[in-house]
Design a protein around this ligand. Structure first.
Ligand code: IPE
Ligand code: IPE
Ligand code: MG
Length: 241
């Protein structure tokens, strides 16, 4: 791909980010949780710019997990509003930067307005030669995705569309909702060292970096440090090198 050739510093092609720490940031600053999420959206804007500047192919961000539905109703209401506002605010900028948006997860559970806005945003930012693909996980859970893949393949097997031997890693990747098959680097802010159900299948060989800073405090420089650290990793993929 054109982008990977330009990305000549051996930076990761596909990056995933678990943007954690908005709630703690809000608490520490005596603000409402929703204000923490709002500040977090601003950081996304910065990191997207940095990805474009560094010719990264795709950025997959964890905006809302399938488990986050168990949060207080008010927080969820605030997040929904933020999603709608962020789309309205940022789509023109994304078009300007040649960024293509893609939402995945259980979007239907967010209701009609968000279904429509996300679909329109995808349509409006669609382009064949995008500078960056920005994938947003909304109501996504890695295990749920794998269960759905199993159901789809079982249905196709039962109807005779596929045979037992057709099932391989590529078929599973294609049936998954996650747009990218392989994630090279996962960054989690907020200090916790876990994946919280993010990209379970696609992160099989990802470098994983846990950053203590809370997401609203994460900067373009912090991100660049992660990219530079990535270039120093010895990615052996099981081989003796
Ligand atoms: C991450 O920040 C954003 C979402 C899960 C929507 P949190 O809201 O989880 O922040 P902390 O972990 O409570 O600080
Ligand atoms: C992970 O953060 C999900 C997102 C960033 C959207 P959580 O705050 O939900 O994860 P846990 O509960 O600490 O594992
Ligand atoms: Mg959290």
């Amino acid at each position: 791909m054109a982008n990977s050739q330009k990305n000549n510093r051996n930076y990761p092609k596909n990056i995933g980010i678990i943007m954690d720490g908005n709630g703690r940031w809000a608490n520490a600053n005596k603000l409402k949780v929703t204000q923490g999420h709002e500040k977090g959206v601003g950081v996304v804007r910065d990191i997207v710019k940095e990805c474009v500047a560094k010719n990264i192919e795709s950025l997959t961000i964890y905006a809302f997990s399938s488990e986050n539905w168990s949060r207080p109703k008010n927080e969820i209401k605030g997040i929904k509003k933020l999603i709608v506002n962020a789309i309205a605010d940022q789509v023109p900028d994304l078009i300007e930067q040649d960024v293509m948006l893609n939402f995945f997860g259980d979007i239907d559970s967010f209701g009609y307005e968000i279904q429509e806005k996300t679909k329109n945003a995808e349509r409006d930012t669609f382009q064949k030669n995008s500078k960056l693909r920005l994938n947003v996980a909304l109501g996504y859970g890695g295990r749920k995705d794998i269960v759905n893949v199993c159901k789809e393949l079982a249905t196709n097997f039962k109807s005779g569309q596929i045979t037992f031997d057709d099932i391989d890693e590529n078929m599973i990747s294609s049936a998954s909702q996650v747009p990218d098959d392989n994630i090279d680097l996962i960054i989690r802010t907020g200090g916790d060292k876990r994946l919280s159900n993010f990209l379970l299948f696609q992160a099989a060989y990802a470098e994983i970096m846990f950053i203590d800073k809370l997401w609203p405090d994460f900067t373009r420089d912090d991100f660049t440090n992660c990219l530079n650290k990535f270039t120093k990793a010895s990615r052996r993929f099981g081989k003796r090198v």
